[in-house]
Design a protein around this ligand. Sequence first.
Ligand code: SF4
Ligand code: FES
Length: 290
Amino acid sequence: MFALPMLTSATAGTTEFKEAEISASGVSPKQAQSLAESGTIFVTVKRQAGPEAESYEEVFEVPYRPRMNVISVLMEIQRNPINQKGEKVAPVAWEQACLEEVCGSCTMRINGKVRQSCSGLIDRVAPLVNGSSRLRLEPMSKFPVVRDLCVDRSRMFENLQKIQGWIPIDGTYDLGPGPRMSQKQQELAYDFARCMSCGSCLEACPQVNEHSNFIGPAALGQVRLFNSHPTGKLNADERLEAITGNDGIASCGNAQNCVQVCPKEIPLTRAIAELHRDTTVYRVKKWLGM
Ligand code: SF4
Ligand code: FES
């Protein structure tokens, strides 16, 4: 161990050091930086042993390391599942797969905001203040809890089934080349094709609640995607029919929270506005028997 007398309360917790003071103490800049950045993350996890179990909160203390993300904090707890009271407990359960914000499986509420835990850097989501930080992890509230931070996102995939979120080109015979898409069409499609069904937009939407089965912004974005595809257009009416019912587009309250939280910056409100027009045309045509 070595003392670091040159660290003042004003500089502690930062990476600013006076080089002369560091060399005088015999501490390398790397060691000094690591000491300055040492601290404790107080992690409160909303836990639930199973789908029917009561939820409760448990606090863990995790040593801070530079460039940690929420997943690495959870891994620390998994390695040493001892809570703040000193009790050895069951490790916290969470989901992860890609670790690069592509699969959506690690989505949870982090300090009250829904986001992916793999891209949630501690320095941004819960920065150290005077050597400690507070991190609160909760499962998404709009999906059934499976265990701890794992939720059942089946609803996302059932909604994709409802809107026929695919292009029916599979067959046992060669269908020949598909229609060509212009660069502009491809770019438009790419905006919507980035959806990873993470559920953040449903979590943030006030219209998705225990009193409604609103299909949600993600599925609406996919209707926009597949209905603008030259082959997908062949089933456009079926998709529009699927979103004209009570749980469809009419349930959108235009809160616009979805675009605020979507990690892929999908233009969901633009999709919803365009689908309002398309469903109106569809319903008028249907009424006229066209
Ligand atoms: S639209 Fe955005 S927030 Fe919603 S599920 Fe897709 S990626 Fe997630
Ligand atoms: S692990 Fe895939 S988005 Fe985080």
